[in-house]
Structures are given as structure tokens and as C-alpha cells.
Write a new protein. Sequence first.
Length: 209
Amino acid sequence: MAVLRQLALLLWKNYTLQKRKVLVTVLELFLPLLFSGILIWLRLKIQSENVPNATIYPGQSIQELPLFFTFPPPGDTWELAYIPSHSDAAKTVTETVRRALVINMRVRGFPSEKDFEDYIRYDNRSSSVLAAVVFEHPFNHSKEPLPLAVKYHLRFSYTRRNYMWTQTDSFFLKETEGWHTTSLFPLFPNPGPREPTSPDGGEPGEKLG
């Protein structure tokens, strides 16, 4: 009986408080109903699209370069950097890559990664750099050949060179910087393919570089 008496006392206390604050009581009852009604209305307004079959895109050729490579920066040409610059072998490999790409591109060497980073930070011409090939080998002299097990890594610009060429509905609304490597999925996912009109995957455009 003591428990029931305490429960009745608690209910009477809450009733008294709510009776003294009529507006608060009305809002507590009305707002949940309002928000629930808005959610139901939005759900009814959304038109779902039935896609019974899988979306199959054509294969992407690795023998042809994306279109944006043929449009270098105004008044300039694309640059392919290599490190270290004192190695004839590193320069030969980079020049071979330039000729194989068959586009208007020049090769620029840097003594160290620090020099390359300074060039990217402080030189206005660095906007034409597509990538840098860093050979991880301490070449003792310029004529030293590459080792049998060649180790290297590629460094790309934080600002994507292809941001105006990604096939999106409105690239003005897209982020032009970063490759979104910290995200596994888009911030606002859509049902179906992320970029349904882009056979190469769309944003952020890893294929287009």
C-alpha cells in the first residue's frame, strides 16, 4: 500500500505542475504530434523509383587517357615531377612515362622531397603538376642504375586537377579539394549508384586523377 500511496502522490504532483503550466503542457503534447506529422508528410511526398535490374556500366579503358589531359592549364603545360633529380635512371624512367602518355607534358626533377614540397607551396607554377614520382633509393652518383627491387611512391596534389571534369550534375557544388580518403561512403547517401550518370564512378574522380 505504501508503494501505491507514493505513486498516487507522484501523479498528483505531476498533475499539479502541469496544470500550473498550461502552455508547456500543450507544447509537450502538440510538438511530438507536429513533428510526426511532418515526417509522415515528407515520406508520402517522396516518390520511390523501382529499379528491378542491376545497373551495369561499360568497361573503362586503361589504354586511353581521360579527356581533361588534353586541356592543360592556360598558358602552361602539365608537369610530371621526379625525385631525386641527380639520378639519370630516375630521369630516364620519368621521360619514358612522359612519352608513353602522348600528351603535352614536361618533366621536372627535384633534389629532394623537401624541395618538391617547397615548390608546391610557394611557386605559382606548381598548379600544373599532375604527380611526382619519388624513387626510394639513395643514388650515390648520377650513373647508378635502378636496383632490381625498385621502390617508389607517387605524390598527388591535394587539389584535384580534374575537379572541373568529373561528370557530376553541378561541379560548382562539389568540393574541389581533397580525395575524401577518410570517408567510406558519401555524407548524404542516395539510393542506387552514387553517380548514376558517370560510368567511371564520378566524385571524387580517382580514375581521372
